[in-house]
Design a protein around this ligand. Structure first.
Ligand code: FAD
Length: 405
């Protein structure tokens, strides 16, 4: 089978990309391994989605539904294959799709890779102790509660105070699970202030900063978790141990872009650990475009949709025969932890996403001839800024810096 554009993964990025490509008149196939489109949005039943894109506050499923309706309207051009796993993508632009109906080889002029991210597992934390049941990643616990309607435990401790960890603390409490603590190794909360207030303070859930889990205990089911304060190198400080009797440990310690299928096909950025791509979503292999959490972990779904739409537009222009010129590399400089995209192509303006390395009261963002002051910066909140072409013309390398002012 042949198509103009193949989209791998139907989360926010994939749906946005497919719609943008179909609107340019191309034939699109979306392959999604889940039973329905929407990706992670389906299990995020809290509100807080779509404020930028729709200027409305929606739940995850409501946000996904708006795009599902558009896929439906464009069904003469977009074929949606659900329950369909893309197993392999080869250098000759052929993909192997597997579903209960069988195996299909599909050849595409351009591929949009929008496979999202996976969660950092328990093993990555190297916590000593037993390996009982009752330890879940936040996403797995969220799916069990919000989709399968299962209660995960009675007393829980959460590791990680990013937005996902805090949202889970509130969700567990509302479902009748007592959350005894959220533990964060940084000296400040890892997520938005609004979530500290709405998800922790409003529910009297204690937040232990500069702390980590040092031991888990339990035979079959988790029985106890020991935490301790950490020093600046995140090493536990002896004598500061504190123990909690819990049957559930929730890990919310970060997402990692899911890129395994593209191994050897495209360049992976060593900082974001995602597909390295330009501001038009093009990867180092010119016919593979990528968007969403498989390129970098974005704070808001609105950004993911925008990036998906942009990649969808340029992938379809590529499929129609247009070629894009040389890219300029973008790299993080002073006080910058990471930047996205990784390359700049002058065919479009640059929407730049930046994470600072440490909290900063006031800083000047410098990118080529562009400068802008930002206040109250924290690493967990991305700076998003649109930089016009003319501010970047003539540069053969773009360094992004945050100067303290
Ligand atoms: C718990 C949680 C709370 C959040 N809260 C908010 C919030 O309040 N506000 C907000 O704006 N954002 C929030 N976000 C962020 C936002 O939901 C995500 O950034 C966005 O939905 C990611 O979209 P995506 O398309 O990149 O990835 P995903 O939604 O992960 O979609 C990727 C899709 O690809 C499919 N896939 C992967 N590999 C294959 C393959 N080989 N073959 C076929 N299909 C494949 C997957 O099944 C999945 O459906 C939250 C995220 C989480 C996890």
């Amino acid at each position: 089978m042949k198509t103009d554009v193949l989209v791998i993964g139907a989360g926010a990025a994939g749906m946005g990309a497919a719609i943008a490509a179909a609107k340019r008149g191309l034939n699109v196939v979306i392959a999604e391994r889940d039973e329905i489109t929407g990706g992670i949005l389906n299990q995020c039943i809290h509100n807080g989605f779509g404020l930028h894109y729709f200027r409305e506050e929606l739940t995850g499923p409501e946000y996904a539904e708006r795009f599902r309706e558009q896929l439906e309207k464009l069904s003469d051009r977009i074929k949606v294959f659900t329950d369909c796993h893309v197993l392999k993508l080869s250098e000759d632009r052929k993909a192997l799709l597997v579903s209960p109906k069988g195996i299909l080889e599909l050849e595409a002029k351009a591929v949009l890779y929008t496979s999202g991210a996976r969660e950092r597992p328990f093993g990555s934390l190297m916590i000593p102790g037993d390996r009982p049941s009752g330890i879940f990643t936040a996403g797995v616990a969220q799916r069990l509660m919000n989709i399968d309607n299962r209660k995960v435990g009675h007393r829980a401790l959460i590791v990680g105070s990013g937005d996902i960890g805090m949202i889970m603390a509130r969700r567990l409490t509302l479902e009748g699970t007592e959350v005894v603590a959220v533990v964060e190794r940084l000296p400040y909360p890892g997520g938005l202030l609004r979530n500290v207030i709405q998800c922790l303070k409003d529910f009297n859930i204690p937040l232990y900063l500069s702390s980590t889990v040092i031991e888990v205990k339990g035979r079959e089911r988790l029985e106890e978790v020991v935490i301790a304060n950490v020093d600046e190198q995140f090493k536990p400080i002896p004598g500061t141990e504190r123990s909690f009797k819990v049957d559930t440990l929730i890990l919310s310690v970060g997402l990692i872009p899911q890129v395994e299928m593209l191994d050897g096909l495209v360049q992976i950025d060593r900082r974001t650990k995602g597909v390295a791509c330009s501001n038009i979503g093009q990867s180092s292999r010119e016919w593979i475009f990528a968007a969403g959490n498989c390129t970098a972990i974005f704070d808001l779904v609105d950004y993911v949709t925008k990036e998906g739409e942009r990649a969808g537009e340029y992938a379809s222009r590529y499929a129609m025969g247009e070629r894009f010129s040389q890219n300029v590399p973008i790299s993080p400089g002073e006080n910058v932890m990471l930047t996205f995209p990784n390359f700049y192509n002058a065919v479009d303006d640059l929407t730049l996403y930046v994470r600072c390395k440490k909290p900063m009261e006031k800083a000047m963002l410098k990118v080529g001839n562009f400068e802008k002051i930002f206040e109250d910066l924290i690493p967990s909140e991305m700076i998003v800024v649109k930089i016009p072409n003319q501010k970047l013309s003539g540069l053969d390398r773009i360094v992004v810096e945050l100067k303290e002012v």
